[in-house]
Design a binder for this molecule. Structure first.
Ligand code: AMP
Ligand code: ZN
Length: 134
């Protein structure tokens, strides 16, 4: 529990939320500023600022819960698709520094924007990146 972390307080139940699922490790709530109908957040109860601080065990549990809740949202709301979005760092759009996974149901013709303009993979970048993993 981090002092002044809103998602710690929500995950622990100190601040009420529209909870879709809860277990001893995770809470799934409706986002208060939804990108689309059904936009939900998977939030671990134990504070981790981002993906890089998240214990492997919590990461495993979070993705399984995300999968289950995503399936129920998609079916129950008759969505046509669904994005999982997970932001790390302000440069990546993270505004709440407590790890969370967005579940964003998508509907044909909606105006949700989670896209980018494709670039082109150049040889120098490709070599530099492949070298990191050799
Ligand atoms: P991110 O930009 O990835 O850090 O996402 C933070 C998300 O948390 C945004 O989609 C906000 O709408 C949402 N959010 C912030 N405060 C609350 C809150 N008190 N209850 C529910 N959702 C929240
Ligand atoms: Zn927190």
């Amino acid at each position: 529990m981090e002092e002044n972390c809103i998602f710690c307080k929500i995950a622990r139940g100190d601040i009420p939320s529209a909870t879709l699922y809860e277990d001893e490790d995770l809470r799934v709530i409706l986002d208060l500023g939804p990108a689309s109908k059904g936009h939900a957040l998977v939030i671990p109860k134990k504070h981790a600022a981002n993906l890089f601080e998240l214990p492997d065990e919590t990461a495993q549990k979070a993705i399984v819960v995300a999968k289950r809740v995503a399936a129920k949202l998609k079916e129950g709301l008759h969505a046509d698709g669904l994005n999982l979005v997970q932001n790390n760092g302000a440069a990546a759009g993270q505004t709440v520094d407590h790890f969370h996974i967005h579940l964003i149901p998508r509907y044909e013709g909606d105006t949700v924007n989670v896209g980018w303009t494709p670039g082109e993979l150049n040889d120098a970048d490709k070599e530099e990146i492949l070298e990191l993993f050799r």
